[in-house]
Ligand binder design. Structure first.
Ligand SMILES: Nc1ncnc2c1ncn2[C@@H]1O[C@H](COP(=O)(O)OP(=O)(O)OP(=O)(O)O)[C@@H](O)[C@H]1O
Ligand SMILES: CC(C)(CO)[C@@H](O)C(=O)[O-]
Ligand code: BAL
Length: 290
């Protein structure tokens, strides 16, 4: 497995693979890799001949008071894990390689509507940063397929819309959320949690599951359900940022006619912001429970 830092080198290597008619898969990450990321790499290996994992902590998607500076950077460890997973090429560009004229002069990609609310509401400019860097990475790598995690549910919806609206010739593949045994979604930011916070953190997933169960039991009083869930988070010592029951396709507030529902949440535990979601089809859970 090779690691390259420059676009020129990346393009030279990828040109060689294309001449051999190899298909190319891309897994965009911000590094500090865990089993969640590795599951994406494995999925990409199943779908493409050559897999490029990018590692780039993208300053454009961080707010001024967010954790850009302390975000964990662990390239050597990441390389070992990627090699073991069958990854072909690591692309770890510098900020100058991605934004040669600086952020202030950077063309931005805005994906309206689906970026609104949820994480987009709490992190102004975040999805413009994500959409811009993902577009740049797509243009740099020109992959046939790209794999993203469902843990970042709204991000996946933004990227699907971006690809559709800009006719980008890449197949976007979603991958299920990988969790610790107690249900906590694996995330680089889990490393910020103290021992005590780590015990509390699985309450996020448990609360989402509990809400999905109530929806499966036929409840349609969505605002009341959202409040019950937020109260459960508060009781456990979390500070909910949002907890929304939405139509899984549009990400708009759920209606009683919707069959595919997603419960999306972000909550602070101390200064750490955790996100998670659970998708359910109305009827499924009721059947399972009967
Ligand atoms: N637990 C997980 N299961 C499956 N995919 C995941 C998981 N965590 C992250 N991913 C996916 O990995 C890709 C890169 O995400 P990223 O590098 O931000 O990791 P992260 O652990 O989510 O970090 P953060 O703590 O910043 O949210 C994204 O497509 C994301 O959805
Ligand atoms: C897709 C992504 C790599 C873009 O920086 C990032 O938002 C992430 O890690 O989910
Ligand atoms: N996993 C999404 C990247 C971010 O929180 O900025």
């Amino acid at each position: 497995m090779r690691t390259v830092h420059s676009l020129k080198e990346l393009r030279t290597i990828l040109r060689g693979y294309r001449l051999q008619d190899k298909t190319i898969g891309l897994v965009p990450t911000m590094g500090n890799l865990h089993e969640g990321h590795i599951s994406l790499v494995r999925k990409a290996c199943e779908a493409a001949d050559v897999v490029v994992t990018s590692i780039f902590v993208n300053p454009m998607q961080f707010g001024a008071s967010e954790d850009l500076d302390k975000y964990p950077r662990t390239l050597a460890d990441d390389q070992e894990k990627l090699e073991a997973a069958g990854n072909t090429l690591v692309f770890a560009p510098s900020i100058d390689e991605v934004y040669p004229e600086g952020l202030a002069k950077q063309t931005q990609v805005v994906v309206p509507d689906v970026s609104d609310g949820h994480c987009g509401g709490s992190r102004p400019g975040h999805f413009e940063g994500v959409a811009t860097v993902v577009t740049i990475l797509f243009n740099m790598v020109q992959p046939d397929i790209a794999v993203f995690g469902e843990k970042d549910f709204q991000q996946l919806a933004v990227i699907r819309k971006l690809v559709q609206d800009l006719c980008i010739p890449v197949e976007v593949i979603g991958a299920p959320t990988v969790r610790d045994e107690d249900g906590l979604a694996k995330s680089s930011r889990n490393s910020y949690l103290s021992e005590e916070e780590r015990h509390i953190a699985p309450v996020v997933y448990r609360t989402l599951e509990d809400t999905a169960r109530k929806l499966g039991d036929g409840r349609s009083d969505f605002p009341a359900l959202e409040n019950e869930a937020k109260n459960a988070l508060i009781q456990a010592g979390l500070r909910p940022d949002y907890l929304n029951i939405v139509n899984s396709d549009t990400l708009k507030p759920a209606t009683s006619e919707d069959t595919n529902l997603t419960v999306l949440a972000a909550a602070f535990l101390g200064t750490t912001r955790l996100i998670d979601n659970v998708t359910m089809t109305r009827g499924d859970l009721a059947k399972r429970n009967s």
